[in-house]
Write a new protein. Structure first.
Lengths: 156, 132
């Protein structure tokens, strides 16, 4: 495989994409996702010679904000609430393409799976993220938490 | 002349973003149709004329590449320009899709002005070919 992606490179890719695609401004934090909340989690497979799983976890309110920003509407509308899961899935999809390009290069053949989005328990998400060597915890300027992990799944 | 546009993506949020970009482009659009996968898109294309298709690649049921292959088999659909808008941006993937006859390949995230630019290019080409 090519050079293993680093948490630092992942962090830079996620921060740049959030600002560029969704007008969300975030910074790295050492604080974990709030354990008492059930975040929205998007998972998708990413085939880049080797198979990876990309996991994007966001606080529910951040999911609504992402939806509102992508749709050009207000965060507290029913439309944004209804589209939160779809927006987190779309963010994971776009992020997968950015990771493939930024961390693996444009000549690597890439196949991105369809994101599966669900609300998962905060504890299970925390345990899952802890297993990944390439992960980043971020906090938006509004104070919302977001975590992204890229985990090798073995050969394709 | 007003145009009919078809937006194909399994994500409703993504379809909405593309629709907004088309509207913001200032193009005289009579109708924007939406489909959530390639098969739905083929069904719509079989029923009514569409001037330009904007499609994702990764979709359930029928993906964008299969849709383009199926369109090429049908005379009346084979002339419809297809713009692929996808998060997959590897050179090989782009070459593959362009080789299938896709007019333009745009990576996500895209900017509305990119959509405008591509649509204007397609319309200019059609006019020069005497179809405008």
């Amino acid at each position: 495989m090519a050079n293993a992606p680093t948490s630092g490179a992942l962090s830079s890719a996620v921060i740049a994409l959030l600002a560029d695609a969704a007008f969300v401004f975030a910074e790295p934090t050492t604080a974990p996702m709030p354990a008492g909340e059930n975040p929205l989690v998007a998972r998708l497979t990413l085939e880049l010679g080797e198979r990876w799983e990309l996991c994007v976890c966001v606080q529910d309110k951040l999911g609504q904000m992402l939806a509102a920003n992508l749709l050009g509407t207000e965060s507290e509308t029913g439309e944004a609430r209804a589209a939160a899961s779809d927006a987190v899935g779309e963010l994971a999809n776009i992020l997968a393409g950015t990771i493939a390009l930024d961390l693996f290069g444009k000549t690597v053949v890439c196949k991105i799976g369809i994101p599966v989005v669900a609300m998962e328990s905060g504890r299970a998400v925390g345990e899952c993220l802890a297993k990944s060597a390439c992960r980043v915890n971020l906090e938006t300027e509004e104070g919302y938490a977001l975590a992204v992990a890229l985990t090798a799944q073995g050969g394709t | 002349m007003s145009y009919r546009i078809l937006v194909v993506d399994d994500s409703a949020v993504s379809r909405r973003m593309v629709c907004r970009a088309v509207i913001m482009s200032g193009l005289d659009v009579s109708e924007i149709l939406e489909a959530s996968n390639g098969q739905e898109a083929l069904d719509l294309l079989g029923k009514s004329w569409v001037d330009i298709v904007l499609a994702d690649i990764n979709m359930p049921v029928m993906n964008g590449a299969e849709m383009v292959r199926e369109m090429a088999k049908r005379d009346f659909m084979s002339v419809t320009p297809v713009i692929i808008i996808s998060s997959e941006r590897s050179e090989k993937r782009m070459e593959e899709l362009l080789g299938l006859g896709v007019h333009t390949y745009l990576g996500k995230p895209f900017r509305p002005e990119q959509i405008k630019q591509v649509i204007e290019e397609i319309l200019r080409e059609r006019k020069e070919a005497g179809h405008g």
